[in-house]
Design a protein around this ligand. Structure first.
Ligand code: GLN
Length: 244
């Protein structure tokens, strides 16, 4: 019934704490909805035909990996921004999210210039922000809780108060451990510190992306999946985090 095409940016370098699980989840859910999914890995220097892509995913990476890819990312900046502005759905996790802003300054002082799509910056600190996290997010149009796991040394500060965070931190650290913001949400792009991986434990967010992908192809999703197991996992994790 049609094929959904996903670009997986730098899968060989940017893939921490099971981030790839987000794509396994998306492709499985798409299959249950009746769509095949083709995932194209895009690594350093490799061409990416944006005309032929329905979703972009980039996972997290350590400072070393970020350093290896950030210049390659710049070369794609102009076209990537046009796509995001036109509503291309994209998920950028942790190290990938940091590179959407002005810069990431690692703990050793090294500065990696980001894509400057958004007016935020990230600076590394000694104490890492590690643990399970709960957010309240509204990307689906309704308030939903989102659960995940974060592990980052960088603190992200949103300079521009007009930037909408992905969610409000209920428990955990989020962007900087301080202002209760987590990630960013712009059009159909989510940038977030949440590994986990995010989508299998948060089917509402997975379906947010799926609905956007299909809507952009002129397809309305009229089938509902049985999320009993996914919601059970979500609730168990939530209980565990709130109790901890
Ligand atoms: N290097 C970044 C940090 O520690 C990103 C790490 C990650 O992607 N988990 O802040």
């Amino acid at each position: 019934m049609g094929e959904i095409k996903i670009a997986h940016m730098y899968p060989d370098l940017m893939n921490l704490y099971g981030d790839r699980g987000n794509l396994i989840c998306l492709s499985q859910r798409l299959k249950w909805y009746g769509f095949n999914c083709k995932i194209t890995p895009v690594s350093l220097g490799e061409d990416l035909d944006f005309n032929d892509i329905d979703f972009i995913f980039m996972g997290g990476g350590s400072d070393r990996e970020q350093d290896l890819i950030y210049r390659d990312l710049w070369k794609r900046a102009d076209r990537l921004w046009i796509e995001i502005e036109e509503g291309m759905p994209m998920l950028a996790i942790c190290g990938a999210y940091q590179l959407l802003g002005k810069y990431y300054q690692a703990l050793d002082g090294k500065i990696m210039q980001g894509l400057s799509f958004f007016d935020f910056y990230t600076e590394g600190e000694e104490k890492r922000l590690i643990g399970n996290i709960i957010l309240e997010a509204e990307v689906t149009g309704e308030k939903v809780t989102v659960v995940g796991f974060e592990n980052h040394g960088g603190r992200t500060y949103l300079n521009d108060s007009a930037i909408e965070p992905f969610g409000k931190v209920i428990k955990g650290y989020g962007n900087n451990g301080y202002d209760k913001t987590e990630g960013i949400f712009y059009k159909n792009l989510i940038g977030t510190y949440l590994h986990g991986p995010l989508l299998p434990k948060n089917p509402d967010i997975a379906d947010f992306f799926i609905k956007v992908i299909l809507m952009r192809k002129g397809i309305k999703l009229d089938k509902k999946l049985d999320n009993t197991i996914e919601n059970f996992a979500h609730e168990q994790v939530k209980k565990m985090i709130l109790a901890g």
